[in-house]
Design a protein around this ligand. Structure first.
Ligand code: RIB
Ligand code: CA
Length: 317
C-alpha cells in the first residue's frame, strides 16, 4: 500500500516533538517536510527545536522550513509557561548540525502542493499561519490539499481563555482562512486531547522501550507534565499534537462528527473560539469532521509502538 504523503506544520513544543517522533518513522507515512511557525515560542526557537528533534531521531534528511514569525493580523502570543524559554525546555541535545532550508515555509507549502497530484495531507499542530498564507499567496494550492488534519480548537472550553484554544487563538484569522477553504478537515480539539493525559505510569511504560526516542520522550514529559500540573493541575499532561498523527495511522482512533465550524473573529471574550455547530442549529453545511471521542488505550499503544521503532540506544550525536 502506498505511503500517505504528509507535510507537518508545527510549533515545537513538547507535544509537537512527540508527534514528530511518530510521523518520522511510521511505515504508513511519508513525511515530505516539516514547516514551522511561531507559536509555543518564537520562530527561531521553534525552528531550532524541530531541527534538534529530527537530528536526535536520525532523520536529518527531512527538510525543515521556517515560516511566519508573526500571526496574520493579531499580536503574537507564545506559551512559555508550558514549553519554557526555548520552547523545548528539559531535554539536553547534542550540538546541532541540522539547519533549516533557505526556502520560506509558505513558499515550500505552495510549491509542494502545486506540484502534487492532490495526494498530500497537511497536518498542523500550531497556529495555522503558514498554511493560511500559502492559500492566500497562491489560491491554486487549496484544491491540491487532500485533507487538513489539525490539532486545535474545541467545542467545549478553551485552554488560554474560557473560549479559545491556543493554536486557534494565536492566529484566529489564519484558522478562519483554513476552515473556510472548502477542503476536507479533521479537527482534533481539546475535547479529545484532554482524554490522553500522560500520567507517570505512561512515562514509565514508554521508558521501557529504551530507544533514543523513548529517552527523549521521558525528558520531554518531565518538563511538560510539570508545567501542565502547575498551570492546570493535571496529574498528566494532555498529549495534544500526536493525536493528529495517530489518527492518520488509525482513523478509527477517534470518533468524529461533521459540523459547521466558524472561528470567532470578534475581538471580545470569545475571540479565537471555534464555534462548532454540533446540532446543526444554523442549518449551514458542515465544514469539518470534529473529533468527539478517542480510544485512549489504542492511542498509547500507537505511541509506544512508534517509540519502539527507533532502534539503537544513542542518537547520531
Ligand atoms: O492547545 C494545545 C496546542 O497549543 C498544542 O499544539 C501545543 O503544542 C500548543 O501549540
Ligand atoms: Ca503545537
Amino acid at each position: 500500500m502506498a505511503k500517505q504523503k504528509i507535510i507537518y506544520d508545527c510549533d515545537p513544543g513538547h507535544d509537537d516533538a512527540v508527534a514528530l517522533m511518530l510521523a518520522a518513522n511510521s511505515p504508513e507515512l511519508e513525511l515530505l517536510g516539516v514547516t514551522v511557525a511561531a507559536g509555543n515560542q518564537t520562530l527561531d526557537n521553534t525552528a531550532r527545536n524541530a531541527c534538534h528533534v529530527l537530528q536526535w531521531l536520525g532523520r536529518e534528511d527531512v527538510p525543515v522550513y521556517a515560516g511566519c514569525g508573526q500571526p496574520m493580523v493579531r499580536d503574537r502570543v507564545t506559551a512559555g509557561d508550558i514549553h519554557g524559554e526555548t520552547g523545548l525546555d528539559g531535554p539536553v541535545f547534542p550540538p546541532l548540525r541540522k539547519t533549516v532550508e533557505r526556502e520560506h515555509a509558505v513558499s515550500y507549502l505552495s510549491r509542494a502542493l502545486l506540484a502534487s497530484e492532490g495526494e498530500i495531507t497537511v497536518v498542523t499542530s500550531g497556529p495555522m499561519t503558514n498554511l493560511a498564507m500559502a492559500m492566500r499567496m497562491e489560491p491554486g494550492v487549496v484544491e491540491k490539499i487532500q485533507r487538513i488534519v489539525l490539532m486545535g480548537g474545541s467545542y467545549t472550553n478553551g485552554n488560554v481563555t474560557p473560549a479559545a484554544e491556543f493554536n486557534i487563538l494565536a492566529d484566529p484569522e489564519a484558522a478562519h482562512v483554513c476552515f473556510t477553504s472548502g477542503r476536507p478537515i479533521t479537527m482534533i480539539g481539546l475535547d479529545v486531547t484532554r482524554k490522553v493525559l500522560c500520567y507517570p505510569e505512561i512515562v514509565e511504560r514508554m521508558a521501557k522501550a529504551d530507544t533514543r526516542a523513548s529517552r527523549l520522550f521521558v525528558d520531554l514529559m518531565k518538563h511538560f507534565c510539570k508545567t501542565q500540573k502547575e498551570v492546570f493541575g493535571w496529574e498528566g499532561g494532555p498529549l495534544h499534537d500526536p493525536v493528529t498523527i495517530a489518527f492518520l495511522l488509525d482513523p478509527a482512533l477517534v470518533a468524529t462528527k461533521p459540523m459547521n465550524v466558524r472561528v470567532d473573529l470578534s475581538r471580545g471574550d470569545s475571540y479565537g473560539r471555534t464555534n462548532c455547530d454540533a446540532f446543526g442549529y444554523l442549518g449551514l453545511p458542515a465544514t469539518a469532521d470534529v473529533a468527539v471521542d478517542i480510544d485512549a488505550e489504542r492511542f498509547w499503544d500507537l505511541i509506544e509502538a512508534g517509540l519502539r521503532r527507533y532502534g539503537g540506544t544513542e542518537a547520531d550525536a
